[in-house]
Structure formats: C-alpha cells, structure tokens
Design a protein around this ligand. Structure first.
Ligand SMILES: [Zn+2]
Length: 346
C-alpha cells in the first residue's frame, strides 16, 4: 500500500457548511425525542444507517424531497441551547477533520419564529459562534444566506441585517435553494447592499443549473466566491474567467453525488477545475444528510481523482486563500500546510 499522509491533519478552511446540515445525526435524533418531533422515515433511516437518502435533486420533485428532510431536521432546533450545541458540535467535528477556519452558512429567518424574531435569532447564532470559537480555538465566522424561494425584498432585509452584524462575525452573504427558480438578477439589490457593507458575495450557482447560472452569479451578483459552481466545467471559457479572477468555488463532492448532480465521485470535475487553475475550497455542504464531513471530501480527491499529497496540500491552500480569515490565521494555516507536506508519509 502506498504511504500517504493523514488528511485529517492537513490544515484547511471549510467554506461550505449549512447550519442545520452540519448537525450530528445523533443530535437530531435526540432533539426529535426531546421535543416529540416525528421525523420522516426517510430521514430517520438516513440518520441511523449513515447512508444518504436516495435523492434525485436534479428534478424538482427530488429537490423538494431533500428540502422536506432538511426542514424536518431544522424543526428539532427550538431553544438557544440547541443552537449552542449545534455550533459547538460543528466546530468539534471540523477540528477533528483538520479544519482551522470554518465559515458556517445560515438563513436566520428559518429560526426566527422559535427564537423570538430575526434579530434575536441572528444574535443567538453569532453569540454561539463567538463563544465556541473562543473555547475551541477554531476560527469561525458566519455567512448569512438568503433563500431563493422567497421574495427578493426578504433578501434585502437580510442583507441589511447581515451588514449590521459585520463586526460581530458576519463575513459574507449567500443565496441558497433551488437555482432553477427565479433569476440571480432578482437578488442584485440585496447583494449590492451586502457588498457595499463590506461583505463577501458568495451565492450558490452551477449546482442544479448549468454554466449560465455561474455566469449570472458573476455578472449580476459580483460573486467573489461561488457555492458549488461545478457545472462551470461544461464551459471552458467560463473556467478561464473563474481562474483569471481567482473566484474560489466551494466544491462539495459527496453532496454532488448524493443529490445526483453527478453519478459517481469520479465524475465530479475536480481535475478539470484543478488543471484549469480554478481555486477550490472543498466542503461538506450538509454532512447530516450526505453522510460525510470535511476530510472525506479530500479523501475523494485522493482516491477517486488521484490527487497526490502535494496536490491535496495545494487544495488546502486554495481553501485558506479563498476564506475570509484574517491575515495571521491564513499565514498560520498555510505554514501548517507546508509542515504537513514536509512530514514523511506514514
Ligand atoms: Zn450549499
């Protein structure tokens, strides 16, 4: 067997992780029990087996089913202590996987009804992130994400709120949910507010929809980073544009396979991106539902795409460079990547 280094010791930044989707399966089951929530069988089966539910999110029904499972899991988060637990466990899991910086993505609107409104919900989340970061030593920040299925005016409200909390841990503004609904352009005002307020524009694109959706993120939302973006692989000119501008794509291989964006791990265009010079930050997206966390994404690059340790180290560097981490954290993580590579393979 070939001697390789331990990928859970490779320092990296985790830039694509959704709030509810970050939960440990056992925690969801425990909370469901605590609150008497009846989870859909497909979710309970997935959480107890560790096998991702069979979802074909490439059609709208499949995506709807995925959202239903996600919503059921989210409905188990009811009190501030649940939020604090989620954040702490997400940090613990990330640290175990070698993450040195985590940007977690959340739409506080989803938690507002149970936590006393939009502002209290965001404050509870940001407090939890701040406390956890201090206690665990993992650098953590928040991306506030608007929901594409809602009205663009809601996105504007969220963008203003996100900007107001920029000095309390919000570093970016995202846009999630079904890319096939509406146009990126409908959300341009919200993203304008976010960018004016100094936040990074990081919308989802090029996952369920093709290269045009990535172009829309660049043209209409001035994306500095793209959630997924993998479908850009179908358009060499677009790849060149992403590479020239150094737009990092938050690529989530296990998620892509679980949602049917690609049939097999080896179909995810990691090599295409790497060879084209498009920076990537591998991410777990929703480990709760997809059954694998951060280091596992690098394992996919190693085992299904033949990435050498030197190439994996470069992927880790790309994740750090694509992050909103302050300079001293970036330096420390990049030095850690060099140390990892300098170590003899075990
Ligand atoms: Zn996502």
């Amino acid at each position: 067997m070939e001697r390789v280094r331990d990928l859970s010791e490779l320092p990296k930044a985790h830039l694509h992780l959704h709030f509810t989707g970050s939960m440990r399966p056992g925690t969801v089951l425990e909370l469901a029990d605590k609150y008497g929530v009846r989870l859909p069988d497909a979710l309970t089966d997935a959480l107890t087996s560790g096998e991702p539910p069979k979802l074909r999110a490439t059609d709208e029904r499949g995506w709807f089913r995925f959202q239903r499972l996600y919503d059921a899991a989210r409905s188990c988060l009811r009190e501030p202590e649940d939020i604090r637990r989620l954040v702490r466990e997400a940090a613990e899991e990330d640290l175990r996987d070698g993450s040195g910086w985590l940007e977690i993505q959340v739409d506080p609107t989803s938690y507002a009804p149970r936590l006393g409104g939009l502002i209290p919900a965001l404050e509870i989340i940001l407090d939890a992130v701040e406390t956890t970061s201090r206690e665990t030593g993992l650098g953590m920040r928040v991306l506030v994400a608007a929901n594409r299925m809602k009205h663009p005016l809601d996105a504007r409200t969220l963008a203003r709120l996100a900007v107001r909390y920029a000095d309390r841990g919000v570093v970016g503004f995202g846009l999630s949910n079904d890319e096939r609904r509406g146009l990126a352009r409908d959300f341009d005002r919200a993203f304008h507010i976010a960018r004016e307020g100094g936040l990074l524009s990081a919308p989802h694109g090029g996952e369920l929809a093709g290269p045009a959706s990535v172009r829309d993120c660049l043209d209409d939302l001035h994306a500095g980073r793209i959630g997924h973006g993998v479908r850009a692989a179908e358009d060499p000119r677009l790849l060149k544009r992403l590479a020239d501008r150094g737009v990092t794509c938050e690529v989530c291989p296990a998620s892509n396979v679980a949602l049917g964006v690609y049939e097999k791990p080896e179909d995810v265009p990691l090599r295409t991106f790497f060879e084209a010079g498009v920076p990537m930050a591998l991410g777990a997206d929703d480990p709760l539902l997809f059954g694998s966390r951060l280091a596992a994404q690098y394992e996919i690059a190693r085992h299904h795409h033949g990435f050498t340790d030197a190439e994996l180290a470069e992927l880790a560097r790309q994740s750090v460079r694509g992050s909103a981490a302050p300079e001293e954290v970036r330096k420390r993580l990049l030095a850690g990547v060099d140390d990892w590579l300098a170590r003899p393979a075990a």
